[in-house]
Ligand binder design. Structure first.
Ligand SMILES: Nc1ncnc2c1ncn2[C@@H]1O[C@H](COP(=O)(O)OP(=O)(O)OP(=O)(O)O)[C@@H](O)[C@H]1O
Ligand SMILES: [Mg+2]
Length: 234
């Protein structure tokens, strides 16, 4: 199993109150799976994604990522695991505004201490993979939304991570650019990359081979629904 979350709870401290956000989440993902996470706004999807991505730690529970016990890791080990095994894509791209597409894509390789010539070479290959060979020196402001997201995908994958985590990757895109992003995800999935993607769209979720729902901090597989129902905010 590539990823195993057991009895995960996450509470946020709000003043003197403890707010439960994730409640007893159990989730296993095998290498090569393509999973969509759906659920109402505020239900805890991004919170779960941040835990899966080792950006945040659960309040309690155990998380095994590629046989590493994440809750026992120190911050330094955690950032190593994150850099080696995980690529991130966000709704709003999170590109560095003053850097070219090439430099944005090369950034994770700089953290991995890859020599500069090799970094640029690999970043260029990744931009070719996302069909942006003619935009290497463009800055984010000179790119369309769909192009920015393809740069972000190239950056996420440049260090060959096993896992791609995407938090509403098509949320800010028109439908044509969104479909291009889904085609790229399909290509990566066929290459064996494990993908976990948050989406509000049934159409986008249908690209995944498994859908889980988070409702009010609890996780449901497939068609299972809570007996009492969650709040529908949208
Ligand atoms: N840093 C924080 N401190 C306190 N509460 C937080 C924090 N981050 C998130 N929350 C709360 O946790 C709950 C879940 O938030 P989360 O961002 O995971 O929702 P989401 O399912 O991703 O929603 P959306 O679909 O709108 O992105 C929300 O009620 C939010 O207010
Ligand atoms: Mg979110």
């Amino acid at each position: 199993m590539l990823l195993e979350l057991k009895n995960i709870y996450k509470n946020y401290i709000q003043g003197t109150m403890e707010v439960p956000v994730l409640k007893d989440i159990n989730l296993c993902v095998e290498e090569g799976e393509y999973v969509a996470i759906m659920g109402p706004s505020g239900s805890g999807k991004s919170t779960l994604m941040n835990i899966i991505g080792c950006i945040d730690k659960p309040t309690s529970g155990t998380y095994l990522l590629d046989d590493v016990e994440i809750e026992k890791c120190k911050d330094k080990e955690l950032s190593e695991v994150r850099n080696q095994k995980i690529g991130f894509v966000f709704q709003n791209f999170n590109l560095l505004p003053r850097q070219s597409a090439l430099d944005n894509v090369a950034l994770p390789l700089q953290y991995a201490k890859v020599p500069i010539k090799k970094r640029k070479q690999k970043a260029k290959e990744m931009l070719e993979m996302v069909d942006l060979a003619d935009r290497v020196s463009f800055k984010p402001t000179q790119l369309s939304g769909g192009q920015k997201q393809r740069v972000a995908i190239a950056r996420a994958m440049v260090a060959d991570p096993k896992i791609l985590l995407a938090d509403e990757p098509t949320g800010a895109l028109d439908s044509k650019s969104g479909l291009q992003v889904m085609e790229l995800f399909d290509t990566l999935h066929k290459q064996g990359v494990t993908i976990i993607m948050i989406t509000h769209s049934d159409e986008i979720a249908s690209y995944a081979d498994r859908v889980v729902k988070i409702i009010d901090g609890e996780l449901y597989e497939g068609d299972a629904q809570p007996v009492t129902g969650g709040d529908e905010h949208e």
